[in-house]
Design a binder for this molecule. Structure first.
Ligand SMILES: Nc1ncnc2c1ncn2[C@@H]1O[C@H](COP(=O)(O)OP(=O)(O)OP(=O)(O)O)[C@@H](O)[C@H]1O
Ligand SMILES: [Mg+2]
Length: 255
């Protein structure tokens, strides 16, 4: 190869290396900044809680809650960026979904919504249980925010290693199905208090698992967001997982 081309290739490689370092530094900065903000925010939150019914206290509490959510989501996004999934790791998708439903049931009930699990007793997939739970919580959180009062958010697991979260809200229009995964994108629903990072985190966690993310319309209306995971080579054929142990666990009452 001519020397000037070799020089150019070297220069490009150097530049890419510096870019990678800069990106890494940015990620580390985001993670450290978000982490450093957590403690003072927790202190602020406790102080604001003591203001009780003083005039102006509620908007202040709402602001602190929003800021806390933003910092938590920024930290999650930075953590998801560096997520590497050990190919030998296995998790039970059904157990994770049930525990997410149980964790989020009080939030759903307090908001007058329901949350339920439908699927087999167990469904082994390849992946990191903590990260998968994190992705599911973000999807369930979206569902609970958009589903109308008195309706249900359903987490369904299929024996093929597929998780779907459905709600009864307005759905996600086909024209937005790529954009919703962009960081800080919140669409018309920005007044619902999100930070626009949840689906970007879900997408990154899916990528680390080589899992496919899909958005479609649920039958009868609402959004249906799915993650298709890989099953371990040792797993039973998918239909065996679905038949005997199919169960439903629900929390919350219709309004
Ligand atoms: N189930 C859903 N139904 C309708 N629109 C949705 C749904 N889930 C996401 N969206 C749209 O996609 C946007 C991005 O969602 P994402 O979860 O990334 O951010 P967010 O929920 O606004 O904030 P957060 O970082 O707190 O999750 C939402 O603001 C909303 O406009
Ligand atoms: Mg969200």
């Amino acid at each position: 190869m001519p020397a000037e081309i070799l020089d150019m290739v070297e220069a490009i490689n150097d530049a890419l290396g510096r870019l990678e370092d800069a990106l890494e530094a940015e990620r580390a900065f985001t993670a450290e900044a978000a982490h450093a903000l957590r403690t003072p925010l927790a202190v602020l939150s406790a102080r604001v809680a003591q203001l009780r019914d003083l005039p102006g206290a509620q908007p202040l509490r709402d602001d602190v809650a929003r800021l806390t959510r933003l910092v938590e989501q920024m930290l999650s996004a930075a953590q998801a960026d560096t997520l590497v999934v050990d190919p030998a790791m296995q998790s039970d998708l059904a157990a994770i979904a049930r525990s997410v439903v149980a964790d989020m049931a009080p939030i759903a009930i307090a908001a007058g919504r329901q949350i339920a699990y439908e699927g087999p007793d167990a469904c082994p997939v390849m992946g990191d249980a903590d990260a998968i739970a994190h992705a599911m919580r973000n999807l369930a959180d979206n569902g609970l925010r958009f589903t109308p009062a008195g309706t249900e958010v359903t987490l369904t697991v299929e024996g093929t290693g597929r998780l779907s979260v459905r709600d009864h809200g307005p759905g996600i229009p086909a024209s937005h199905r790529d954009t919703v995964f962009k960081r800080f994108w919140r669409g018309a629903a920005s007044d619902l208090g999100g930070t626009g990072l949840g689906l970007a985190i879900v997408k990154r966690i899916a990528e680390a698992h080589q899992a496919e993310v899909g958005i479609s319309d649920a039958a009868g209306g609402g959004a249906l967001v799915s993650l298709q995971f890989h099953r371990p080579p040792s797993a039973l054929p998918p239909d065996r997982g679905l038949l005997p142990g199919l169960r439903r666990e629900a929390a919350g009452q219709p309004a």
